[in-house]
Design a binder for this molecule. Structure first.
Ligand SMILES: [Zn+2]
Length: 316
């Protein structure tokens, strides 16, 4: 059954009035200050905290922060980027990134210089939204002349990194509201007649890059997360969110073409987008955060071993 959204006219893309109508229906549901900024403040003793911008919707309320391991970019260690909350409603993307900083980042700082931007879309975090206030999806907007200021701020931050980045992890969730709300809203916004319902995968999966799939790297992430939570099985057609799986728990996207956040580091050897499923009866919020931590840690472990193997080969 096709589903319809209560804003706009069937078959006509939204203009400014429909976007305003949509925005008027959004409301603050949780506090960026209490749930994110207070945690960043507590981490300031161990990490270098940099403000890389502020959202114009309310610059006082929505400052944007990244945390760096000490000496980031100056130690000669390989550089790592972790982004969370590109989709603000995907809670474990934000809280998992913070949890990684609280629990594991210091240990990996022995081998890597790590930068974490834990909450790219704080307005989306507070209103539990996929889009920004202009009904724009930041995770399709990582491109030149973007109309997402969330994406623009991250692109500017990344352009300030001078050395190559070896690993980028972008932390996301796939939720039941993707199906019940966001995909239906997207069809309406874009003037598409309807949204064909799909199955929400029950479990964790990753999205790699069609151009650079790195199967063993993705498998290492899946194996690390498996110790914490279950991996999403494909649907009867062998697909996850409509894409054929290329290996257990992994689908690939042409990430550059889609302008997703995982495409922002040109030439990064290892990139992955994590997708935690928070609506499973088998998980808790804490478990979802731990799944994100396991994904980042599993990726770092794999990259560490891979660099060691390369160095050993070079020296042999
Ligand atoms: Zn997402």
């Amino acid at each position: 059954m096709a589903q319809f959204y209560p804003i706009g006219k069937l078959g006509t893309p939204w203009g400014p009035l429909e976007r305003q109508e949509w925005l008027a229906k959004q409301s603050i549901q949780r506090s960026y200050q209490e749930e994110v900024l207070s945690k960043i403040q507590k981490l300031a003793g161990d990490f270098e905290v940099v403000q890389y911008g502020a959202l114009s919707y309310d610059t006082e309320k929505y400052p944007l922060f990244a945390l760096k391991t000490p000496g980031f970019g100056k130690t000669g260690k390989p550089l790592v980027l972790v982004t969370g909350g590109v989709h603000g409603y995907e809670t474990s993307g934000v809280q998992g990134a913070l949890r990684f900083l609280e629990t594991r980042a210091k240990e990996y700082a022995a081998d890597f210089d790590i930068m974490v931007a834990p909450c790219v879309s704080p307005w989306g975090y507070e209103t539990v939204n996929r889009w920004n206030p202009n009904a724009v999806d930041p995770n399709r907007s990582f491109k030149k002349d973007t109309d997402s200021e969330e994406a623009a701020a991250v692109l500017k931050l990344v352009s300030s990194i001078e050395l190559p980045v070896v690993l980028h992890m972008d932390l996301h969730e796939t939720t039941d509201t993707d199906e019940s709300e966001f995909r239906v809203a997207k069809a309406a916004r874009d003037g598409k007649e309807s949204h064909e319902p799909d199955v929400v995968p029950d479990g964790f999966y990753t999205v790699g890059d069609t151009e650079n799939p790195q199967a063993e790297f993705q498998a290492a992430i899946i194996d690390a997360v498996r110790k914490v939570t279950h991996i999403a099985p494909p649907d009867p057609k062998g697909r996850i969110i409509g894409e054929p799986i290329c290996q257990e728990g992994v689908i690939n996207y042409p990430i550059k073409t889609f302008h997703v956040c995982s495409s922002i580091i040109t030439g990064a050897k290892f990139v992955s987008t994590t997708e935690v499923y928070p609506d499973s009866p088998k998980v808790t919020d804490a478990l979802c955060n731990e799944a994100q931590v396991a994904a980042v840690s599993g990726a770092l472990e794999f990259v560490k071993q891979s660099i060691r193997a390369e160095t050993a080969t070079a020296q042999a």
